[in-house]
Design a protein around this ligand. Structure first.
Ligand code: TYM
Length: 332
């Protein structure tokens, strides 16, 4: 069965609707006929400063949200990145194959570092996509379910795999990104031209999985729209309405034209309420289940340890092959 790999950063108290619709929904769907490996990427999270206690908490919360959303340990491997040292080890090797200019062209790095300034920007943030390539390439991954913002990182991963293979012989599978149609890019409800992101200035437009349902409903009621009245998909003229249409389509499985027809002549009020209801209906049970799972952190840690054990075995095998091909002497 084709290997699927993906991960999310534990850098907040909750995943958001973009993480859920852009990636997690696909993670769950792929479990039937694939061999999925899902990771909480704590090594990636520390590329920006994290408070240690909060990081530990967020790591467990992220894992609990994966499980609550439907990641099933009978069909998927779930683990924490820092518990499998091969990720950092392969990243070192791949870093030596990555051009400085190539890494400098990563738009996420350019955006984040421009915001932070050179002195606050770490080398870790710069090499972040190389570590992501390492995550993916360690497992013969064929498919990587992610949101649209990871497209460029996937291209780099494919380039690095191809480069290693041509220099040292066929070693890595060259992976494909799996990016959803409607929900590849969910926007902030208050600023519908900016991607929904945990680092948003204000939380008013950030829909969190772990928000109280009343809070989620309120965020949708106050979502920014435009001055017209028509519920019509038009990214340029109506970014707010188009975002809500994408969200409703992704949560209900209905098509955009179907939804446009349904709200024809009905104004924004009904529409926004229905989007809120649909999202709450999806997220509320996930929140409840996450809170239940978090009541027993020792059990959660135990499940994660089993996942790390399984992932390590596979990752170690690949790392040994890579070390051999590169010319490292095995410990005798
Ligand atoms: P992260 O933690 O920023 O985001 C996790 C996933 O959520 C998707 N996403 C979105 N999708 C739609 N709309 C949005 N507004 C939105 N915001 C985030 C992201 O595309 C991602 O799929 N670099 C990765 C983590 C990572 C990874 C990996 C992913 C590390 N190693 C290996 C895949 C494979 C990241 O920062 O995700």
């Amino acid at each position: 069965r084709p290997v699927v790999f993906s991960g999310m950063q534990p850098s907040s108290d909750s995943l958001h609707l973009g993480n859920y619709l852009g990636a997690l929904v696909n993670w769950v769907a792929l479990q039937d006929d694939h061999d999925p490996i899902y990771c909480v990427v704590d090594l990636h999270a520390i590329t920006v400063p994290q408070e240690p206690g909060a990081l530990r908490e967020a790591t467990r919360r992220t894992a609990a949200q994966y499980l609550a959303a439907g990641v099933d340990l009978d069909r998927s491997t779930l683990f924490v990145q820092s518990q499998v040292p091969a990720h950092a080890e392969l990243a070192w090797v791949l870093g030596t194959l990555t051009g400085f200019g190539e890494a400098s062209r990563m738009t996420q790095f350019k955006d984040k570092s421009a915001k932070q300034g050179t002195d606050a920007t770490t080398v870790g943030l710069f090499t972040y996509p190389v570590l992501m390539a390492s995550d993916i390439l360690l497992y013969d991954t064929q498919l990587v379910p992610v949101g649209d913002d990871q497209r460029q990182h996937l291209e780099l991963t494919r380039d690095l795999a191809g480069r290693f293979n041509s220099r040292f012989g066929e070693t890595f599978v060259v992976p494909e990104a799996l990016i959803p149609k409607e929900s590849a890019r969910i926007y902030d409800l208050q600023e519908p031209t900016a991607k929904m992101s945990k680092s948003a200035q204000s939380e008013a437009g950030l829909v969190k999985v772990m928000d109280d349902p009343a809070v989620t409903a309120k965020k949708f009621r106050s979502a920014v729209t435009d001055t017209g009245r028509e519920v019509r998909y038009d990214l340029r003229e109506k970014p707010g309405i188009s975002n809500l249409l994408d969200i409703l389509a992704a949560t209900t499985g209905r098509s955009i034209p179907e939804l446009e027809a349904e709200y024809d002549g009905r104004g924004y009020g009904d529409f926004k309420k229905d989007v809120a209801d649909a999202v709450v209906e999806r997220l509320a049970p996930i929140r409840t289940r996450t809170l239940e799972l978090l009541e027993d952190p020792a059990e959660l840690d135990r499940l994660l340890a089993i996942g790390a054990e399984r992932a390590s075995e596979r990752a170690e095998r690949m790392l040994r092959t890579v070390y051999d091909r590169v010319g490292f002497v095995r410990r005798g």
